[in-house]
Design a protein around this ligand. Structure first.
Ligand code: NAD
Length: 261
C-alpha cells in the first residue's frame, strides 16, 4: 500500500473526477473513497480515463454503517464496485464500528468472504478502538490489515498506534492535516516549515511519514494536490519531531467511535 494517498471526502461526484485525475497526474496511485462520500462513480471515471494499469493503482472504499450485516455487506460491496467500475478493490474498510448496532462481526465475516473470493485484496477497519479490534480479532481469522483513524499532531493516538504495531495492523491517518483548520497556523509548525523552506502542510505530512503512518490528505486545489505529494525530498530532524510531538491535545475534529452510528 502506498504510504501517501489521496482522500476524497466532501468532494462532490462530478468534481471527484477532476480532483482524482489531477492527483493521478501528480503521481498519487492510492485513492481513498467510501460509499458514504457518494463519489465512487466520479472517482471510478477518473481511474478509467487515466489509462493507468489497474495493478499500479491502490483503491480503497468503505462500507457504510447502515449497510452493516452479512448479506447487506455483500450487496453494498457489489454496488460500490459497480460504481467504481472495477473488478476488485485493493482495500475494503468497515467505516465505523457502530457498537450499538452490534453487527461489525457479521460485517467482517462478509469481508472475509470477499477476501477469500479475491474481490478485495485486503480487508480492514476504520475508527475502531482497541476493544473493538480485540473482539474482532478473537472472533475472526484475518487480522485487519489497516485501521484508518483520525490522527494529526493535535490527536496523536500514541496508545492506539502502539496497539496496532503489536498486532501488525497498519495505522492510516484520516484528517492528517487537521482538516486545514488552525493546525497549519500553529507557530511551531510554521517555524519548522520556514526552517526547511517547505509549507506547513508538507511538514505535517512529513511528520506522518516519519512516524510510519499511511496518510491520505485531501485537496481540490491543483497546487495543493501537488504540494501534498511532494514530501519525500526532505527530512525532519529530532528537534522538529519533538516539537511536533509536543502539540498533542487529544483533540478530535470528528465523532467519537463509540458515538457515531
Ligand atoms: P485533511 O486533513 O486532509 O484536510 C483537508 C483540508 O485541508 C482541505 O479541504 C483544505 O482546506 C486543507 N488543505 C489541504 N491541503 C492543503 C495545503 N497544502 N495547504 C493548506 N491547506 C490545505 O482532511 P480530510 O479531508 O478530513 O481527511 C483526508 C481524507 O481522510 C478524506 O478525504 C477521507 O478520504 C479520509 N477520511 C476518513 C474518515 C473516516 O471516518 N474513515 C473521516 C474523515 C476523512
Amino acid at each position: 500500500m502506498p504510504q501517501l494517498g489521496f482522500g476524497v471526502w466532501q468532494v462532490p461526484d462530478d468534481e471527484a473526477t477532476t480532483a482524482v485525475a489531477l492527483a493521478l497526474e501528480a503521481g498519487y496511485r492510492s485513492i481513498d473513497t467510501a460509499a458514504f462520500y457518494e463519489n465512487e462513480t466520479g472517482t471510478g471515471k477518473a481511474l478509467a480515463d487515466s489509462g493507468i494499469a489497474r495493478e499500479e493503482l491502490f483503491v480503497t472504499t468503505k462500507l457504510f454503517n447502515s449497510e452493516q450485516g452479512y448479506d447487506s455487506t455483500l450487496r453494498a460491496f457489489d454496488a460500490s464496485i459497480d460504481k467504481l467500475g472495477l473488478d476488485y478493490v485493493d482495500l475494503y474498510l468497515i467505516h465505523w464500528p457502530c457498537p450499538d448496532r452490534n453487527s461489525y462481526l457479521d460485517t467482517y465475516k462478509a469481508f472475509e468472504k470477499l477476501y477469500a473470493d479475491g474481490r478485495v485484496k485486503a480487508i480492514g477497519v476504520s475508527n475502531f478502538l482497541p476493544e473493538h479490534l480485540e473482539r474482532l480479532i478473537d472472533a475472526t481469522s484475518v487480522v485487519p490489515a489497516v485501521n484508518q483513524i483520525e490522527l494529526h499532531p493535535q490527536l496523536q493516538q500514541r496508545e492506539l498506534r502502539e496497539f496496532h504495531a503489536e498486532r501488525g495492523i497498519a495505522t492510516e491517518a484520516w484528517s492528517p492535516l487537521g482538516q486545514g483548520k488552525g493546525l497549519l497556523e500553529v507557530p511551531a509548525i510554521v517555524a519548522i516549515a520556514q526552517k526547511h523552506g517547505r509549507t506547513p502542510a508538507q511538514v505535517v505530512l512529513r511528520w506522518h511519514v516519519q512516524i510510519g503512518n499511511v496518510v491520505i490528505p485531501k485537496s481540490v486545489t491543483p497546487s495543493r494536490i501537488k504540494e501534498n505529494f511532494d514530501v519525500f525530498g526532505f527530512e525532519l530532524d529530532t528537534e522538529d519531531m519533538a516539537a511536533i510531538g509536543a502539540l498533542n491535545e487529544d483533540r478530535r475534529l470528528g465523532g467519537h467511535p463509540n458515538e457515531v452510528n
